[in-house]
Design a protein around this ligand. Structure first.
Ligand code: GAL
Length: 670
């Protein structure tokens, strides 16, 4: 681990906004007592408090925060201290309007809302540097403070003149000459040719919005702007105490920035975990969020924090359902199973006003400690203490790696091909991931950065790897050549890092590795019927996309069932060097993917968390020597264990046939 926890315990707590209650000292006093009762040991403070910290330019007021932090510390509660850059003070916006964003219609936003500031503005950056430095000088060595929470959910973009200038500078550094940019963006198309750097505006719906190479660069540029803004915050606070680690709370698979890049700029990753439980398919929801957890663990290859989650319900899903009995514990344990070192909530106490008045919180407006939610939270706090023996148990490298690349994702989201606007890259990644998760096989995620190394994996999965960058084709070739197994799908290896189509056949650079060449992509209407027919007679439905292949020298494992390409290869396997390269040419129904992964698992002897067969909806996930057995099926389930374990949550012995209740979870060790 490259971060050093200052308080090496699972963190339990959440966003605490005492600044909204400064006129209620009784409530502030009571909060600490209630936190102790709920087994809370850490809270995040100061996220949206800038105006209280700096009521007018250059005048800092920290007495109120001193009191809060000292009171928490006296109560044994640690502090995750936020920098307040997520929402700027009104005086600043009025006096220096350049700190506000310009939207994609080129309108300067008015004061209001959070995340409404320009990440380029030197004025904003300087105000942030000063408040961060002042906070660090005051608190970076306070014994209560264990971690910096940089800003809040960095997101968005701005198109002000400062950003446009920075964008042009970024392009100039990247391409060196305008001719090169014109070539890489293929600007001969629709006469977009630039003759001077100063002519290039950011893509916008009221100007140029069709050039996909430009859009992908715009996303890369925004990632870089955010990363440099975030790292400036990190530098400011760590100049005072380099030992105090920094995190920034991420949001699922956020689209705005490349999280692999952003994660390089923080010591430890944290993220905000808001699953839609009980919306009809908890197994699907669990699979999707297991994938998110594994992605967060993979970003830095180390454990992460859950920085926010709701103890009961959110108020921004279309339907805001309460968690059913057991789900709070199960959901919390799921996060731990995949590498979380915390369970933190938004928020500790419900506020009285604003749009989040009715968002779930540990303490409701009635202030009681005997609510179901308070009890559920307390139980999780107790469980985290019981699980302290596995705090240092971590995931090693998995046997399977899925390539999921943000730049590829953007390129697919911008492309006009196949199913317009519905190419479903992330859904496809999720569908593949789910097959392995159901088998209890650990998965790491990697992208196509230069540092990506596939050594040590048995299986690399590359769903829809449309864009090839940084010589990924050579890495994949070597991986197979030296004995690895690669599974790649349709719509892979079509464009280079500039989003320019490869010449000379696809999948680019791997035609001999797969023993086939792609010659077209067919898109299906929902009523169209197509199937994959395996050699053993099994058939699985194909939807949406079918790639056609030619010059096939690979072994055909399955063919298309219908239409004019009936009998043509759809699933193939090619031996290359010491390894094997599988090519799946079409979008398969889930059962078909499951069949493929069952065969691969057997062939490669992939290790499952538990050696026993589990019923549908019950999954096992291994973290070090602990096995988290989780029941998302919505039904009580029986499981037969071939070995004897202790359930760390109850200290009970588990052996033979056991029952796991609805939303039940066990943490098994030998
Ligand atoms: C998060 C945000 C919190 C709060 C929460 C509500 O995205 O960081 O401040 O708004 O959502 O669920």
């Amino acid at each position: 681990m490259s971060f050093t926890p200052r308080f090496p315990n699972f963190l339990h707590g959440g966003d605490y906004n005492p600044d909204q209650w400064l006129d209620r000292p009784d409530i502030l006093e009571r909060d600490v007592q209630l936190m102790q009762e709920a087994h809370v040991n850490a809270v995040s403070v100061g996220i949206f408090s800038w105006t209280l910290m700096e009521p007018e330019e250059g005048r800092y007021e920290f007495a109120w925060l001193d009191e809060i932090i000292d009171r928490l510390w006296r109560g044994g509660i640690h502090v995750v201290l936020a920098t307040p850059s997520g929402a700027r003070p009104v005086w600043m916006a009025k006096k220096y309007p350049e700190v506000l964003r310009v939207n994609d219609r080129m309108q300067r936003m008015l004061y209001g809302e959070r995340h409404n500031h320009c990440l380029t503005s030197p004025v904003y950056r300087e105000f942030v540097r000063k408040i961060d430095t002042a906070l660090a000088e005051r608190y970076a060595n306070h014994p209560a403070v264990i971690l910096w929470h940089l800003s809040n959910e960095y997101c968005g973009e701005c198109r002000c003149e400062l950003c446009q200038d920075a964008w042009r500078g970024w392009l100039k550094r990247k391409y060196g000459s305008i001719e090169r940019l014109n070539h890489c963006w293929w600007t001969g198309f629709w006469n977009l040719r630039y003759t001077d750097w100063g002519q290039i505006d950011a893509p916008t719906p009221i100007g140029e919005f069709s050039n996909t190479s430009m859009w992908v660069d715009w996303r890369r540029f925004n990632t870089d702007q955010c990363k440099s803004f975030m790292m400036a915050e990190r530098d400011a606070v760590q100049a005072v105490n380099p030992e105090l680690n920094c995190t920034a709370n991420l949001m699922e698979f956020s689209w705005d920035y490349d999280y692999f890049d952003l994660a390089e700029g923080m010591d430890v990753v944290s993220w905000d975990f808001y699953p839609k439980w009980h919306s009809g398919d908890d197994v699907g929801t669990a699979a999707y969020f297991a994938m998110q957890h594994d992605m967060m663990r993979s970003l830095k290859n180390q454990p992460f924090f859950i920085m926010e989650s709701t103890p009961s319900q959110v108020n921004w899903h279309p339907t805001n359902k309460l968690k059913r009995p057991g789900m709070h514990m199960l959901s919390s344990m799921q996060a731990l199973a995949h590498g979380s070192q915390s369970m933190m909530y938004f928020q500790w106490r419900k506020g009285r006003g604003g749009v989040e008045t009715f968002h779930g919180a540990v303490v409701d407006h009635d202030g009681r400690n005997d609510t179901q939610v308070f009890q559920d939270v307390t139980q999780v706090g107790q469980a985290l203490e019981q699980l302290q023996p596995i705090y240092d148990q971590h995931h090693g490298q998995a046997e399977v790696c899925i390539l999921m690349d943000w730049e590829n994702r953007w390129a697919i989201d911008y492309v006009q091909a196949g199913q317009l606007g519905r190419m479903k890259y992330m859904d496809t990644i999720a569908a593949h991931y789910r097959c392995l998760w159901e088998q209890g096989v650990q998965v790491d995620f990697r992208d196509m950065r230069e540092c990506t190394d596939m050594t040590g994996y048995k299986l690399v999965v590359a769903p829809m790897l449309f864009m090839f960058r940084n010589g990924i084709e050579e890495k994949l070739r070597r991986f197979v050549e030296t004995g690895g197994t690669l599974l790649m799908t349709y719509f892979s290896g079509l464009v280079d890092e500039h989003d320019l189509a490869f010449l000379g056949g696809t999948p680019h650079g791997l035609i001999d590795v797969f023993g086939l060449q792609n010659t077209g992509l067919d898109a299906l209407y929902p009523q169209d019927k197509q199937h994959l027919k395996l050699q053993d007679g099994r058939q699985f439905a194909i939807q949406e996309l079918c790639a056609l292949n030619d010059h096939v020298t690979a072994e055909t494992l399955g063919v298309y069932s219908g239409d004019y390409y009936a009998g043509k290869p759809c699933l193939t396997r090619n031996t290359y060097g010491a390894g094997k390269a599988y090519y799946l040419a079409a979008k398969l129904e889930q059962a078909g993917l499951q069949a493929i992964y069952a065969a691969l698992s057997e062939e490669l002897r992939l290790t499952a968390a538990l050696p026993d067969t589990l019923p549908y909806g019950v999954v096992a996930v291994k973290r070090g020597n602990a096995i988290f057995l989780q029941n998302f099926s919505g039904e009580p389930r029986t499981v037969t264990l071939s070995e004897t374990y202790t359930n760390l949550l109850t200290d009970g012995i588990c052996h033979g046939t056991i029952e796991i209740p609805v939303n039940g979870v066990m943490v098994l060790t030998k």
